[in-house]
Design a protein around this ligand. Structure first.
Ligand code: ADP
Ligand code: TRP
Length: 319
């Protein structure tokens, strides 16, 4: 089974990204042939500063490698190092009805948030279809927000195959129900657009400040509290063992347990999981040559997988 996913380097990765997207990729790492790429072409729809994009691309690669992506098990590459995706995107574009893209929520949302209506933003789902179809992926782990893009990918795959013959594999989305929406420091969905994120690798002092600043109600320490639905408790569930979670719930219900205590426990649980990742990231960041080698080797492998498909595609479309 071939598993592929991509992530845009459009900001620092945060706890929501880790538990909502990265972790399911690590969990699947043992189950198939895995591909994970950094969607820097896609990020250009919103990031227009070259230095920022280059830095963010490197940061995403370091974050994934530090948190457990094993390049021996998962091919990791930069989207731009596989330029054939742009070529396939063009062939798909010529079959894409305007109406299909006009219906896409993410395009409408971006416009509602004040982004300029560029052709790149509009054509985003076609490029995403090319990323997936070029690798003949079976399964694509994504968050719920990407469901519609996967539907576009499937439509374009069927359309291409009906027109040119059975060349591209029909992929399925993998959207685990178990992944809850992770709350941010203000209780809304954690998202860089809401400025309520806790980044995976921000400096220790700043993580502490954000955890201690998580918004709560104004119950006193003595009052018993219902843990379910409380952001600190919801975040603690991600990091702690079931026994620790049960103990926190019991403490909240018993009273004499304040939000400050729970925040401290959350911070400790974060450090227990992330301190080894932080140490690994520091090491990796010192050696940019090795990072570059890993990404180049990933691109080499990815292009080798893409080559036979592209040969068949070019021949079928008449080139
Ligand atoms: P952001 O909302 O910060 O812009 P992205 O849209 O770039 O994050 O998300 C990249 C991936 O991380 C997606 O697959 C998305 O589903 C997942 N993700 C982001 N935030 C959360 C969250 N708060 N809870 C669960 N998953 C999330
Ligand atoms: N659109 C995805 C996101 O914002 C990123 C992405 C681009 C992607 N191409 C992909 C994800 C192909 C999976 C497969 O999260």
């Amino acid at each position: 089974m071939r598993i592929l996913t991509g992530i845009q380097p459009s900001g620092k990765l945060h706890w929501g990204n880790y538990f909502g997207a990265m972790k399911s990729m690590f969990d699947l790492q043992e189950k198939g042939e895995n591909f994970m790429f950094i969607a820097n072409f896609h990020a250009m729809t919103t990031v227009r500063d070259g230095a920022v994009l280059r830095e963010a691309t490197k940061d995403v690669a370091l974050d994934y490698l530090a948190c457990g992506l094993d390049p021996a098990k998962t091919v990791i590459y930069r989207q731009s190092d596989v330029p054939e995706v742009q070529e396939l995107a063009w062939y798909l574009s010529c079959l894409t009805p305007m109406g299909l893209l006009e219906r896409c929520h993410s395009y409408k949302d971006k416009m509602a948030h004040g982004f300029e209506a560029t052709h790149g933003l509009f054509a985003y789902p076609v490029l995403m279809a090319a990323d997936i179809l070029i690798m003949q992926a079976d399964l694509v782990p994504v968050g719920k927000d990407q469901k519609q893009h996967l539907e576009v990918t499937r439509d374009l795959c069927i359309k291409f195959n009906n027109q040119y013959g059975d060349i591209l594999k029909l992929p399925d989305a993998y959207i685990p129900d178990t992944v809850a929406t992770i709350p941010g420091t203000d209780g809304q969905k954690m998202s860089k657009s809401y400025h309520n994120t806790i980044e995976l690798f921000e400096p220790n002092g700043s993580i502490k400040k954000k955890v201690m600043g998580i918004v709560t109600d104004s119950k006193t320490m003595e009052e018993p509290k219902e843990p379910e639905g409380n952001s600190i408790y919801e975040l603690y569930k991600l990091f702690a063992t079931p026994e620790e979670v049960a103990a926190m719930a019991a403490s909240f219900r018993a009273g004499n347990y304040g939000y400050g205590h729970a925040k401290k426990a959350l911070l400790e649980a974060y450090h227990r999981l992330f301190d080894p990742f932080r140490a690994r990231r520091e090491e990796l960041a010192k050696d940019t040559a090795t990072l570059e080698d890993i990404l180049r080797e990933g691109a080499r492998k990815a292009r080798a997988f893409a080559a036979p498909t592209m040969e068949r595609v070019r021949s079928a479309v008449g080139l």
